[in-house]
Ligand binder design. Structure first.
Ligand SMILES: NC(=O)c1ccc[n+]([C@@H]2O[C@H](COP(=O)([O-])OP(=O)(O)OC[C@H]3O[C@@H](n4cnc5c(N)ncnc54)[C@H](OP(=O)(O)O)[C@@H]3O)[C@@H](O)[C@H]2O)c1
Length: 245
């Protein structure tokens, strides 16, 4: 197999669209998530539609002790791994997350698990002096808001982690791209109140792959979220804490 991409959290709507965009460009794929049946269906579908080689395997972001063995198995299945897309994430219920036993799962799914698996990916690519890591964070990580600060804190930590990793891997020629989507029409946001400017997963997936052909390190999707977040970040705290955001 040549030029393969590992998709972590491959059952996510954004990940599926990203996988299809890579497949359309002839890349082989390794799909990873907790749902093997769904992965098998996706792998079959992508192989049929694009004629590419697709492998799949079990991956649980929270089971950090399994990550090293998982990554080794993925490498054995596709020795010419060219990049990784980290797409898994868990929004959870912010009200319930006032109880730390709930909040802990949000932090583990979005940040601790990501830091764990990315450490293996980075240590693999660094000596090879090639490869890319695309981490899907969120605009929610740009400013703490009362409505989702546990998820936001985990995504903010992920954004910082990716920023530092990018600095570390720059000298090795390994590309690290941080993707910050706004609202996307997926299972994660289904039925949530107050959504606006909602993008389709297909649009986001295509642009995630397109980001590899451009120079930006941090990509807001769609682009206008960069401006929206700039405004939100600059609202003075004395005003912001009175807003019901
Ligand atoms: N939708 C949005 O508006 C939006 C906005 C900004 C950022 N994002 C981010 O974009 C990414 C994709 O989100 P989406 O909207 O496409 O979500 P989605 O369709 O709800 O999918 C979430 C994915 O994360 C996986 N996942 C959750 N916990 C996991 C764990 N412990 N181990 C492995 N996989 C786990 C789920 O796998 P299972 O099928 O096994 O549950 C699922 O594949 C996420 O990182 C999300 O935070 C989304």
């Amino acid at each position: 197999m040549s030029e393969s991409v590992l998709i972590l959290g491959a059952t996510s709507a954004i990940a599926r669209a990203t996988a299809a965009a890579f497949a359309a460009r002839g890349k082989g794929l390794y799909l990873a998530s907790r749902d093997l049946d769904e992965l098998q269906r996706s792998a079959f579908d992508l192989h049929l539609r694009y004629g590419i080689e697709v492998r799949y395997g079990l991956f649980d972001a929270e089971a950090t002790a399994t990550h090293e063995a998982f990554f080794q198995a993925a490498l054995e299945a596709m020795p010419d791994l060219s990049g990784v897309v980290l797409a898994f994430g868990y929004l959870g219920d912010q009200k319930a997350a006032r109880d730390f036993s709930v909040g802990e799962k949000i932090i583990a799914s979005n940040f601790t698990g990501a830091a764990s698996i990315l450490s293996h990916c980075a240590n693999y690519f660094e000596p090879l002096k090639r490869g890319f890591i695309i981490g899907i964070s969120s605009v929610a990580g740009d400013r703490g808001r009362q409505s989702n600060y546990v998820y936001g804190a985990a995504k903010g930590a992920l954004s910082l982690y990716l920023q530092g990793l990018r600095n570390r891997l720059f000298a090795s020629g390994v590309r690290v791209i941080t993707v910050k989507p706004g609202f996307v029409d997926t299972a994660m946001t289904f039925g949530l109140p107050g959504l606006f400017l909602v993008a389709s997963p297909q649009n986001i997936g295509e642009r995630i792959v397109g980001a590899l052909g451009k120079s930006a390190d941090v990509v807001y999707l769609p682009w206008f979220w960069r401006h929206i977040m700039l405004v939100i970040q600059h609202i003075p705290e004395t005003i912001f804490k009175r807003m019901k955001l």
